[in-house]
Design a protein around this ligand. Structure first.
Ligand SMILES: Cc1cc2nc3c(=O)[nH]c(=O)nc-3n(C[C@H](O)[C@H](O)[C@H](O)COP(=O)(O)O)c2cc1C
Length: 173
């Protein structure tokens, strides 16, 4: 092992592992960004979804530059599909572990979306910002909806669920 590699395995890797572990303590929902690329339809599982602005209505997802579909997402409409508790298989399908059955698609107003998700936000491209080894893709929401049901969540690097019965603040917002 070279000095540099040894240094990396002793210092940077444990640090990166610890960084990921620390980030993993922030519990999130799970979403899939879907869009039509040049020659095929793409889906990328993300937990970096964030609401950004009410007026105009903006949302963002942070996409790793190493993801195959990263470049194709630039300046294209996309949908953020928020997953329900029973949709862990879909999350894995679009995280590089394709399932046997092809997901059911819905043709949205500006971008394709997935059938029966907990909520969706169809977006036209608003901006893309440099985010280190990721790009922050912001979209302006042009259509959205939701259904009732438990949410799929991700915490401590594991899937979990957030039961709907613990919710109910919506009328207060
Ligand atoms: C729960 C979960 C959350 C993820 N969140 C993100 C994310 O926010 N941004 C991202 O670029 N990749 C994220 N990924 C990884 C991508 O889903 C995965 O790298 C990508 O789909 C692989 O695509 P490719 O093999 O076609 O490049 C996440 C994966 C999982 C399972």
């Amino acid at each position: 092992m070279t000095d540099a590699a040894e240094y990396q395995s002793r210092t940077i890797r444990p640090r990166e592992h610890h960084f990921r572990g620390s980030l993993g303590r922030f519990a999130t929902g799970v979403a899939i960004v879907t869009f039509d690329g040049v020659s095929k339809r793409h889906g990328i599982t993300v937990n970096s979804f964030t609401s950004v602005s009410m007026e105009p209505p903006l949302v963002l997802a942070s996409i790793a530059r190493s993801t195959k579909a990263h470049n194709e997402l630039a300046e294209r409409p996309f949908t953020v599909n928020i997953l329900g508790a029973e949709q862990q298989g879909l999350a894995m399908h679009f995280a590089g572990r394709p399932q046997a059955t092809e997901p059911r698609w819905v043709e949205g107003q500006v971008a394709p979306r997935l059938a029966n998700v907990l909520a969706f936000f169809e977006c036209t491209p608003w901006a893309a910002y440099d985010g280190g080894d990721h790009t922050l893709y912001l979209g302006e929401v042009v259509d959205f909806s939701y259904r009732n049901g438990d949410a799929l969540a991700f915490a401590h690097s594991r899937f979990t669920t957030i039961p709907e019965s613990q919710l109910g603040m919506e009328d207060l917002l």
